[in-house]
Design a protein around this ligand. Structure first.
Ligand code: PRP
Length: 179
């Protein structure tokens, strides 16, 4: 299928993202102060840039793990099915866990993944998402920390793709089709 031409307009600069991450990390550090080890779980693939910047700003003993989920179905609440494509390498029972997501849209992915991880009895399970689109929610879900609430725009960059492209943009951009 031919690709419709588009341009990407900057929505959140790399500088604004870095400043927000710094502020969020102070809050995360306060929450997990004294932890023996925090397992920081990145939700693949979109979170890979955010988690890389986040862990380098966190002054806590951490371990990094990844989980990959994919959602299928016709986007209506009841038929949406989230499948785990790649599970964690390590056990999280009795551990402090922070799940890191790039964006919350309908809420299905994080709601499913946190339910799954909670069933493994971690000591504490917290969630953070860089972006949040509250207007798109289909299931109730609130992350413990949000970088930016955004309107329902088609966003790319900083790990987020458009048909697997543009994940390497250093900022968050908004896709605008030009015809
Ligand atoms: C995107 C995004 C979130 C999820 C959010 O992942 O990275 O994981 O969708 O949507 P939801 O709140 O409606 O569930 P995607 O399936 O595009 O995979 P990717 O992370 O590999 O790009």
């Amino acid at each position: 299928m031919p690709r419709r031409p588009y341009v990407i307009e900057e929505m959140i600069s790399a500088k604004a993202i870095a400043a927000r991450i710094e502020a969020l990390c102070r809050e995360i550090q306060a929450e997990f102060e004294g932890t023996d080890k925090l397992v920081v779980v990145g939700l693949l693939r979109g979170s890979f840039v955010f988690i890389a910047d986040l862990v380098r700003e966190l002054d806590l003993p951490i371990e990094v793990d990844f989980i990959e989920a994919s959602s299928y179905g016709d986007a209506t609440e009841s038929s949406r099915e989230v499948r785990i494509l790649k599970d964690l390498r390590g056990a999280i029972e009795g551990r402090d866990v922070l799940v890191v997501e790039d964006i919350i849209d309908t809420g299905h992915t994080l709601s499913h993944v946190t339910r799954l991880l909670q069933s493994r009895n971690p000591a504490r399970l917290k969630t953070i998402a860089l972006l949040n689109k509250p207007s798109r929610r289909e299931v109730e879900f609130s992350a413990d920390w949000i970088g930016f609430d955004i309107p329902d725009e088609f966003v790319v960059g900083y790990g987020i793709d458009f048909a697997q492209r543009n994940r390497n943009l250093p900022h968050i951009g908004k896709v605008r089709f030009i015809e």
